[in-house]
Design a protein around this ligand. Structure first.
Ligand code: PAF
Length: 276
């Protein structure tokens, strides 16, 4: 399996379409689903593995973010990747680097954007660079980072990057916890309690199906969150699926989004709670 580390060594696509799965590594079943999908739909699929310093804020886990390149490369190959792009931070951000991509407007002002200042600029900058370097026809993103998915769609359209953004549904553990590289931070005591996000989202969806308004459905979810005192909720909201603005009336594809902290880790999750 070929590992490309230098941007200058990236092979130009001999065959099209080329798919790209951008990741920060420590691959899990959610990533593998993206790679399998990309392999099935393209002549070749490329996996980028890069823990992007630009999208971590001060005090976040950039230094300790889990890394295991050898395992990642094996898993990527088994899932159908043609090659892996694994640049160094210096190759992506050489001395003098001074340009960032900023997505403005309400989409980035709320939720993750509000709690992680600069995060989406970091994501938009690195994903734009990856698109320009790898030149994919399609790129695959998990719905787990739902706001990120909408931000990527926004700048890809705004900057005419010409890449089709393919969303892939969340992959969950058997008990409902959404797969995430950061789940390894959960202690054995916290792990079973971490299903509280999923259970809260199910409660929102159940309330919606039983005739509740979005506000009432949100309250049903918040009651579930309150049942786990170790979990400190940051937000639970029922939002429009494209703008992520809170809604007062149901719209097709309405989404519930949730975030909060256990002592060892911050978790996010989301679910479509109103049919399209
Ligand atoms: O979702 C992620 O893992 C990262 O935000 C991404 C898209 C690979 C950009 O660094």
């Amino acid at each position: 399996m070929r590992i490309v580390s230098e941007p200058a060594e990236i092979p130009s696509p001999g065959v099209r379409p080329r798919g790209l799965v951008p990741t920060m590594g420590y691959l899990h079943e959610g990533h593998l689903e993206l790679i399998r999908r990309g392999a099935a739909e393209n002549a070749e699929v490329v996996v980028s593995i890069f823990v992007n310093p630009l999208q971590f804020g001060p005090g976040e886990d950039y230094q300790t973010y889990p890394r295991d390149l050898e395992r990642d490369v094996r898993l990527a190959e088994e899932a159908g990747a043609a090659w892996v792009f694994h640049p160094t931070p210096a190759a992506m951000y050489p001395p003098g680097f001074a340009t960032t991509v900023h997505v403005g407007g309400p989409l980035t002002e709320r939720w993750e954007g509000e709690r992680r200042p600069g995060h989406f600029d970091g994501v938009a900058t690195v994903v734009s660079k990856l698109f320009n370097l790898v030149r994919p026809d399609r790129a695959y993103f998990g719905e787990k980072d739902y706001q990120q998915l909408q931000v990527v769609r926004r700048f890809t359209a705004d900057l005419n990057l010409g890449v089709e953004i393919v969303p892939v549904p969340i992959v969950r553990e058997p008990d409902g916890l959404a797969r995430s590289s950061r789940n390894v931070y959960l202690t054995p005591a916290e792990r079973p309690k971490a299903t509280v996000l999923y259970r809260a989202l199910l409660a929102v969806r159940e309330a919606a199906r039983s005739g509740a308004t979005p506000e009432q459905a949100q309250s049903a979810g918040e009651r579930v969150l309150a049942g786990v005192p170790e979990f400190e909720p940051e937000y639970l909201a029922v939002v429009h699926p494209d703008t992520l603005e809170p809604i007062l009336d149901w719209v097709p594809g309405a989404r519930a989004i949730v975030a909060g902290r256990f002592p060892t880790v911050r978790l996010i999750d989301n679910m479509e709670v109103w049919h399209r």
